[in-house]
Ligand binder design. Structure first.
Ligand code: HEM
Length: 392
């Protein structure tokens, strides 16, 4: 029986048992669980190749396929959330009421990624010998050709120049079809989350040179801290402690010179060791130092979540490479044509960490007693939402 309310294919066929909401009515039209989730099509996609070639089913191939499909479904959800977060970040001035929406969606991405890190252990219940039983059927198929994985990387902000090329080939060359290539090229061209986050951080209230001028105050505070350390060294009589203080002093000086000198910062960026613009880095530091001020609470959460995203993907890469070594060892080529284990190991470096500047931010944090005090105007600006101030 066709459903009178919608023309969706799923609602045309009332033959499947079990409705989602009991009997259909105007608000909840007739719809079965099976139809709603298109389970016939979904479950029909589990087709072990060992069986397709007219041979006996290799038991573990079933798990292998389901695991990869589950990953791809979650990748789809991550892309969906990423797109919505990117859209929220896209406007010139972000309505601060939207902050909660951004943090909840970023949090969802982090939770899914944690699941994906853990999910690897299920596949590890497969013994290498069992994998060998069906590996030849994969032919040249490899996770290497996961379009969605590349789209996630690009939408987050992994840049082509930071990628590890395999066999001197660009990552896109492994995709033979136009649809995949178009999807990837489009994701390369769209503004990445990293790019949008930087623009947002560059607008951090308090960075204005003709206003609170956080950066000048921060630099003065750091100088004061370094001077105090110098005085401590001069007064110290214990030689061992004196040496330790000297090391601390020169390390601090070196670290902060690399932060305050824009040319040195740009050199770090050119080498791929930093990604953020200098002003975005200033914003991130300001948010971190004054995170307890009401208007910085949510931004601070966002910075933490972005760091978590990088950390989770790195953990996934690590767990995946361990599993690869366990399954095929370190000297077998991958089905996708790379050196396998060694190629994957090279992707574990910081070059794939989009928010590496946030991960490294802690080196620039200073003790609470040195944090420049907020002026009453600045305290007020950070105390309430822009919206409520505007309506006053
Ligand atoms: C027995 C299990 C697995 C083995 C032996 C394996 C092996 C490999 C190998 C050797 C590569 C390097 C490319 C190549 O030459 O093929 C690779 C890449 C990749 N695999 Fe797997 N894999 C396994 C499971 C998975 C699973 C469950 C996923 C989840 C989607 C996955 C996703 C990926 C991705 C996204 C890449 C590209 C990584 C990059 O280039 O940074 N793999 N895999």
């Amino acid at each position: 029986m066709a459903c009178p309310f919608f023309t969706d294919e799923r609602l045309k066929d009332g033959q499947n048992g079990g409705t989602l909401d009991g009997e259909g009515n105007e608000d909840t039209p007739c719809m079965s669980y099976r139809n709603y989730l298109q389970l016939d099509q979904l479950l029909d996609c589990v087709k072990p190749t060992s069986e397709m070639f007219g041979k006996e089913l290799v038991h573990d191939e079933h798990l292998f396929i389901i695991t990869h499909q589950a990953y791809e479904l979650w990748f789809k959800q991550i892309i969906f959330e990423l797109d919505s977060v990117r859209k929220l970040f896209s406007s010139e001035a972000i309505d601060e009421n939207r902050m909660l929406r951004i943090t909840s969606r970023l949090n969802r991405i982090v939770v899914i990624l944690k699941l994906l890190v853990d999910q690897i252990v299920i596949l590890e219940t497969m013994a290498p010998l069992d994998f060998m039983e069906f590996r030849r059927y994969l032919s040249s198929a490899s996770g290497f050709q996961s379009v969605q994985f590349r789209v996630i990387e690009n939408k987050l902000g992994v840049k082509n120049e930071h990628r590890v090329n395999f066999s001197k080939e660009k990552y896109i060359t492994v995709f033979p079809d136009k649809k995949s290539i178009d999807m990837i090229l489009q994701s390369e061209e769209e503004p990445s989350l990293c790019c949008l986050v930087q623009k947002w951080l560059e607008r951090t209230p308090g960075l204005e040179k003709d206003g609170f001028n956080f950066w000048k105050k921060f630099e003065d505070s750091v100088q004061a801290q370094i001077e105090t350390l110098k005085t401590q060294i001069e007064l110290e009589t214990n030689e061992r402690i004196k040496e330790e203080l000297k090391t601390e002093h020169s390390q601090k000086k070196e670290t902060f010179e690399g932060l305050f000198d824009i040319e040195r910062h740009n050199a770090f960026v050119a080498r791929g060791e930093r990604r953020f613009s200098h002003r975005a880095l200033q914003g991130a530091l300001m948010v971190s130092l004054y995170r307890e001020e009401p208007r910085f609470n949510q931004p601070f959460h966002i910075l933490t979540q972005l760091t978590d995203i990088d950390a989770c993907i790195t953990k996934w890469r690590y767990n995946h490479v361990l599993m690869v070594q366990r399954m095929i060892g370190s000297h077998k080529l991958g089905t996708g044509g790379s050196s396998g284990y060694w190629y994957l190991r090279s992707t574990l470096s910081d070059r794939y960490k989009v928010f590496v500047d946030l991960c490294n931010l802690s080196q620039f944090l200073i003790p609470a007693c040195y944090i420049p005090p907020l002026t009453p105007q600045m305290k007020y600006r950070l105390s309430i939402k822009e919206e409520s101030k505007r309506s006053e």
